[in-house]
Design a protein around this ligand. Structure first.
Ligand code: AMP
Length: 463
């Protein structure tokens, strides 16, 4: 029997008994668990997933579509366009994975999970309907308001530039302008004054610089406070929180310069004192899960809750329908469980939250970026020092934008590597990550020297 049909039958209600017998027989024959897992995506987040899946006793083979130069050392990389649902379905037809794990938002918002579930193929990620929590800022704001979940107050939504310009007379400053659709992290602007707001609206709504995603904008109140990423894994009914993380969006030290996809992240339990965890669970997580159920939306997969810790309590800034990047690198470094087994349970609606065990202490990820990033950047630069760093204990270099060029690894993206380390304390994790960073070089490489600094201060201050 082919692997594809085993996989299909395993999730077909009518054929469950036969399928279970088949799976058991395969396991017995091999004397081990033997899942074939397909990971969709090709950045640092996907390399982190592949890293932990490779360590999973339940996983035998990993394919990654499209992967990158570093992932190629840990998985079989196959060419793919992550936004092309039909192409990914055809790929899965050929590869026959037992489980597919989706990294980026685009295939989710485009309906990849719906296409897989229709064929009864196991996949981790929300359906197109549920992925609107990331795909539409207006959908999310209405969801939050409907279920009385704390968030920034909305001034209004506007389908025309004229409407948006007009609304600027009525707002307090600064004001936050959000393009409604997916904009690759460029759709949110905290405008300090009317001139800056007008310029952003013009770029988004009149010059269409963000494409379809900018056809409608929303204006909302600007919140103040520290940000916190709180990510859940849910099977549609039960959920388990992952360890808390904080990322660093601005390109330069001291949070200066333009926003990026993320220049680093760290995780430590001190980020989330018990009382704050209790408040976030009671006022945000539980109402979100109940709200989804009340609206008839089954959400399965990772749910990223971006929070602002304001003086009036935590408020939701955004939802993402997938793991964050580079937060995933810091989270993966602290995983102490079989990721393949847990994700397989999520795909069949049988998550056991107690299985998610975490290493104590802390982790940190320092992103090494190409010269010019986040603007126009150079690529094709040879990366040196990777072999030396591979020998440092508790350090893992995760590749984000690299490719192989013969025996060399060269840069191929804005964010190139995520140097990730664990330690008994945040200081120790950071010290190891920076020590390893010092051994890596490529032309134009730049990185932030203050990842986790805020975390050290806030831990010391006891907040
Ligand atoms: P979002 O994609 O909605 O998370 O926005 C990206 C970033 O914009 C967030 O991580 C915040 O730094 C900032 N941001 C979004 N909404 C607000 C808000 N209402 N007040 C202040 N900053 C915000």
């Amino acid at each position: 029997m082919e692997e594809r049909s085993i996989c299909a039958e395993r999730f077909s209600g009518q054929l469950t008994v036969f399928a279970v017998a088949t799976i058991v027989r395969r396991s017995v024959l091999r004397g081990e668990n033997s899942m074939k897992v397909l990971v969709i995506g090709g950045g640092g987040r996907e390399h982190a997933l592949v890293w932990k899946l490779k360590e999973s006793a339940s996983v035998e083979t990993i394919c990654c579509a499209p992967g990158n130069g570093g992932i190629a050392a840990d998985a079989q990389c196959v060419a793919a366009d992550a936004g092309d649902v039909a192409g990914l379905v055809a790929l899965a037809e050929t590869l026959g994975p037992d489980l597919t794990v989706v990294g980026p938002e685009l295939p989710l918002v485009n309906g990849l999970v719906d296409a897989f579930e229709h064929r009864k193929w196991a996949i981790v990620g929300p359906t197109k309907e549920a992925a609107q929590l990331e795909g539409s800022k207006v959908f999310t704001k209405e969801f939050l308001e409907r279920h009385k979940i704390p968030t920034a107050a909305m001034y209004g939504t506007y389908d025309s530039p004229g409407g948006a310009y007009g609304a600027l007379c009525e707002v307090d400053w600064p004001v936050v302008i959000k393009a409604d659709g997916l904009c690759a992290g460029k759709g949110v602007f905290v405008a300090p004054n009317p001139d800056a707001a007008t310029e952003f609206i013009e770029r988004v709504m009149e010059k269409n610089e963000l494409g379809e995603g900018g056809k409608r904008v929303m204006l909302e109140e600007a919140l103040e406070g520290d940000e916190l990423s709180f990510i859940l894994l849910t099977d549609g009914e039960r959920y388990a929180p992952l360890v808390p993380t904080r990322d660093h969006k601005r390109v330069f030290d001291n949070n200066e310069g333009p926003n990026t996809g993320g220049m680093g992240a760290y995780s430590s339990d001190e980020l989330l004192p018990e009382e704050l965890r209790r408040v976030i669970t009671a006022t945000i997580v539980e109402p979100t899960m109940k709200g989804l159920a009340a609206d008839g939306i089954r959400y399965q997969g990772f749910l990223y809750v971006g929070l602002m810790l304001t003086k009036n309590g935590p408020k939701v800034l955004e939802f993402n329908c997938r793991l964050g990047d580079p937060e995933t690198q810091a989270i993966a470094a602290r995983m102490d469980f079989d990721l393949g087994a847990v994700l397989s349970e999520v795909s069949t609606g049988k998550l056991r939250a107690e299985k998610l065990k975490w290493k104590r202490g802390a982790s940190a990820c320092v992103v090494l970026a190409s010269g010019g990033y986040p603007g126009k950047f150079e690529s094709g630069k040879e990366i040196q020092g990777l072999d030396d760093v591979a020998k440092i204990p508790d350090v893992k270099v995760l590749h984000a934008g690299t490719k192989r060029d013969g025996r060399k690894i060269v840069t191929s993206g804005g964010r190139v590597l995520g140097v990730t380390a664990t330690g008994n304390s945040l200081d120790e994790a950071l010290q190891k990550a920076y020590q390893a960073t010092g051994k890596i070089h490529f032309d134009g490489m730049h990185y932030r020297r203050d990842i986790g600094r805020h975390g050290r201060q806030s831990t010391a201050a006891g907040d």
